[in-house]
Write a protein that binds this ligand. Structure first.
Ligand code: MN
Length: 336
């Protein structure tokens, strides 16, 4: 496995000589790990004078607005496809491994001569070629940190700095729920220990990621929790969010972050669903579960993916109530 990471490093160093431009692709709807990890890698590539760009599918989530160097990523624009395709030589997926996870950028990703991936999702499948999939890593940040260490060792120079450590720490704290989710390992702490040498402000990071709330979010959450349906003796929690509800509170999709986990935390709940209907009718489903329910497997049967305890999928234009009923039935069959 490590040799794949080394091959990726060598190909990136080759890009410097050949002036090949590397495009970084965090997954669509970039979260703390996807954005933090890919931006950290971008800063390292820049330090190494490797031509590189970080391409996002959508503007940065306001929740992540505290991260340093947010002027560096660029947001995909339809009108620039040809420009991007012409310049790009290497496409590198971060915190995802397949072009389907790149959203609107897929057409550019697919056109790359060389494709690479650095990912930790089980649903991404096997490693191979220049695809490094390490499902034991709690966050893509652990993999990026290892890659940076590879570069440092190989080039005998220091690349890590306070900004990069802040980005990777935010990524790691994000995906491990501040080091309490079951994906957290001794390796997570070893990575964190290394990052701490560069003094990232972890109080600020955890406040921004976990503690900071808004009145809008507080009231919206109260309403959603009041209306949540608990069924199957309270083993399943299902919450529905339509456009009207968001409009009523002047809320956006970002205000829904964390709700599905809080529902899973209710005593007796083994699996929780949040169904959010978009203006075009598509329904985004977020799933959180405890040991007995493999959320990743469940989501995959609907064309989605994720981790065993945190997964999701998008269902093409559907009726919200009907979909909720169908998912409930399917989940009941899936529960042990
Ligand atoms: Mn991740």
């Amino acid at each position: 496995m490590i040799d794949i990471r080394i091959n990726i490093m060598n190909r990136l160093l080759e890009a410097r000589e050949k002036k090949d431009c590397v495009y970084l692709y965090p997954h669509v709807g970039a979260d703390g790990d996807a954005l933090g990890s890919s931006l950290a890698l971008l800063l390292v590539l820049k330090k190494l004078h490797i031509p590189s760009r970080l391409l996002l599918d959508e503007p940065v989530s306001p929740k992540l607005g505290f991260l340093p160097h947010l002027d560096a990523p660029e947001v995909f624009a339809e009108g620039r496809i040809v420009e991007f395709e012409t310049e790009q030589k290497i496409a590198l997926a971060v915190d995802c491994a397949d072009s389907e996870r790149t959203g609107r950028r897929q057409v550019i990703f697919d056109s790359a001569e060389v494709k690479m991936a650095l990912d930790h999702h089980v649903s991404s499948g096997e490693s191979g070629g220049l695809r490094y999939i390490d499902a034991h890593a709690a966050a893509a940040a652990e993999i990026i940190a290892d890659l940076i260490a590879d570069f440092e060792q190989h080039l005998n120079m220091t690349l890590m700095d306070r900004s990069i450590a802040t980005l990777l720490m935010a990524a790691l704290i994000s995906d491990t729920g501040r080091f309490v989710y079951s994906n957290t390992t001794s390796r997570s702490f070893r990575t964190a220990a290394w990052l701490m040498e560069y003094e990232p402000d972890i109080r600020m990071i955890t406040y921004q990621l976990f503690d900071l709330n808004s009145q809008t979010r507080l009231r919206l959450t109260g309403r959603i929790f009041t209306d949540t349906e608990f069924c199957c003796d309270g083993r399943l929690a299902i919450a529905l969010v339509d456009q009207n509800l968001l409009s009523e509170y002047g809320a956006t999709e970002h205000d829904l972050e964390g709700i599905v986990s809080q529902l899973r935390n209710v005593e007796g709940v083994e699996v929780s669903f949040v169904l959010r209907q978009h203006t075009n009718g598509d329904i985004k489903v977020n799933i959180r579960s405890s040991d007995g329910f493999n959320a990743s497997e469940f989501a995959r049967s609907y064309g989605g993916g994720g981790h065993p305890k945190a997964a999701g999928m998008t269902l093409k234009s559907q009726n919200l109530q009907q979909t909720a009923q169908q998912l409930k039935q399917a989940a009941l069959r899936f529960l042990p």
